[in-house]
Design a protein around this ligand. Structure first.
Ligand SMILES: C[S@@+](CC[C@H](N)C(=O)[O-])C[C@H]1O[C@@H](n2cnc3c(N)ncnc32)[C@H](O)[C@@H]1O
Length: 368
């Protein structure tokens, strides 16, 4: 009832861009759409990403409120062998399985990243994080599903990482929590959003970590970024601008579906493809690129990945394969609702009992 009232009042204000969403997603998601739609209109859930650089310990307090670290408690009961991929399209010959199953997937996950969530069905809110004695936040609130692309990128000790579209910095911070990164380059084209990234990092990181030999912050157009040099990073995160579905469905402010932003909306898949191509150029041979969005749109997700792989091959002579994330997502099936039968990448679908996402992520490995 409450959700229906919210829906009606927003529709009356013209805030709800339901026509766009209903048309796009009822076809794509079929019978799942009504449930996803209601969830998008309901209060989202957050996760508390523990700040390892703070001397405060928020975990005991959060656990006493009923929270659990969804990463440490990732599923142990799942089938250790993922079924082989069964897609028929020729394109999917590029998909490779990440090892032999979930046991291997688990060994890849950084033991240092901790993110606490309230149990399924519990809609309690987190209190704002406290400051420790050094003035650093003890945790950072973000959509817990946003941590998944970072975990799946699987940063190993002493690796270098490019975070191509980094602001406001939640994933940069999660990358740093692995305590494995040797060097991270955080870039974002928007000056105002860069200030937010700077604020995020300043509130969570000690000064020595903010030094230039560990962290470089720039504000370039990521589509041109490869001109600065390619082939060098071990890992690249390409967390692109998108239709930000949860925001766009209910917020009028700066809405991507507004008339003034029509051209930008139309250009999104092209811009996303160009950014992913930059990522593929920036990563070394054998290195990995994580593409991610917060939209349900196939056009901005799977289609962009397919298009970028094909263009990279034809125009840049770069070959890349898609890494099968099923063993990875199986680990987290008790916390998130994943879209079934996704051929390329993985997607967290919003659900009333676990209202995270939408987050789409797809891992590519550069072969040549
Ligand atoms: C989804 S947000 C990134 C969120 C961020 N990774 C995080 O976890 O906090 C996408 C970002 O892409 C940036 N962006 C848009 N076009 C860009 C471009 N051509 N090059 C680099 N960044 C761009 C936007 O300013 C926006 O901050």
């Amino acid at each position: 009832m409450a959700t229906q009232r919210l829906w009606n009042s927003m529709a009356a204000q013209g805030v709800l861009h339901n026509k766009n969403f209903d048309a796009m997603y009822s076809m794509q998601l079929g019978e799942l759409w009504p449930s996803v739609r209601v969830s998008l209109l309901s209060e989202r859930k957050y996760g508390a990403l523990v700040n390892n650089f703070s001397c405060g310990d928020p975990v005991t307090d959060l656990q006493s409120l009923g929270c659990r670290d969804f990463i440490a408690s990732s599923s142990t009961a799942a089938d250790p062998f993922s079924p082989p991929y069964s897609g028929s399209h020729q394109f999917y010959q590029h998909i490779v399985n990440e090892g032999t199953g979930i046991d291997l997937a688990r060994t890849f996950i950084s033991p240092n990243v901790k993110c606490l969530v309230f149990p399924k069905g519990d809609t309690s809110r987190f209190k704002p994080a406290r400051l420790d004695s050094a003035g650093l936040l003890t945790y950072y609130l973000m959509d817990a599903a946003s941590v998944l692309p970072v975990l799946a990128l699987n940063v190993q000790k002493e690796e270098s990482v490019l975070d191509l579209c980094a602001a406001p910095g939640g994933k940069t911070l999660a990358l740093l929590q692995t305590q494995a990164v040797r060097f991270i380059w955080a870039n974002d084209w928007s000056g105002s959003r860069m200030s937010r990234l700077q604020r995020t990092l300043n509130s969570c990181l000690p000064h020595d970590l903010l030094s230039e030999d560990k962290l470089c912050i720039t504000s370039f157009d990521g589509r041109e970024w490869h001109e600065l040099g390619g082939n060098t990073f071990d890992k690249v995160l390409v967390d692109v601008p998108c239709t930000t579905d949860r925001h766009s469905l209910i917020e009028e402010d700066n809405n991507i579906f507004s008339r003034s932003r029509t051209k930008e909306k139309r250009n999104l898949p092209l811009c996303q493809t160009q950014l992913l191509l930059t990522g593929l150029q920036a990563v070394r041979k054998g290195g990995e690129v994580m593409y991610s969005t917060c939209t349900l749109s196939q056009l901005q997700n799977q289609c962009v990945v397919e298009q970028a792989i094909s263009l990279a091959n034809q125009e840049l002579g770069i070959t890349a394969e898609i890494v099968d994330l099923q063993p990875f997502t199986t680990l987290f099936k008790d916390t998130f609702h994943f879209a079934p039968d996704l051929n390329v990448g993985a997607m967290v679908l919003p659900h009333l009992t676990a209202n995270f996402g939408p987050i789409y992520f797809c891992k590519l490995r550069r072969l040549s």
